[in-house]
Design a protein around this ligand. Sequence first.
Ligand code: 6PG
Length: 241
Amino acid sequence: MINIQKDPALLGEVAADQFVKAAKAAISKNGKFVVALTGGSSPVMLYQLLGNEPYRSQVDWDKVVVFWGDERWVPLDNDQSNAGMAHANLLDHVPIPENKIYPMWAAGITPEARAAEYEGFLKKELGAQGQFDLILLGMGDDGHCASLFPGTEVLKEKDKWVEGYFLKSKDIHRITLTAPLINKAREIIFFVFGENKSSALYEVLEGERNPNQYPSQMIKPENGSLTWLVDEAAASKLSQS
Ligand SMILES: O=C(O)[C@H](O)[C@@H](O)[C@H](O)[C@H](O)COP(=O)(O)O
């Protein structure tokens, strides 16, 4: 499902409503809500909405479990950190138990080793089936999502849930959930805003199938729902816009 709005702020409210609804359903069914946050700038307005009223009091934050879809391999106080951004805009403003927030970066370990460790945390919270209640994703202007970048080996991963690797194009180590794990999710929300994303979004949604070039094409939930929250600028090349 694709929701196109002129004003990205309206999509922030749509996403906040969907987040609250998913949290209530999961907590009522399983006693907890396991979510993977995205980095980048697209989700910031959502995080700020959730960390303030009226949304803040609609979520039982003490039953929320937070993972990330991907991370740059930098400490949380680095301005590149996805976890640092989520803390600044949401996690420091809501009462989630500290042991239920699982940052991907850790000191004194390699990204590759941390990926294996992170997979253990995921198995502990999700069980063997690995189904997130909700995964939030952004999309780059090259069609990447999480740290699933065009032409990278991680796109071929069929079994591992998490992969750490050196991303040559950005000259930085990354750690990311893999497409097979992402696709197990009950709900996935993509945020795509801005004219600079319009060509990649056209290729991902309406272009030739070419997931190695446009990795966001790999995101097809097995049984769950996929919602694209897109502003008019990003949707400008779509036939349906
Ligand atoms: O670590 C990251 O960079 C993100 O997780 C990445 O996948 C992001 O979602 C896209 O690059 C879109 O970024 P913007 O929202 O800043 O456009």
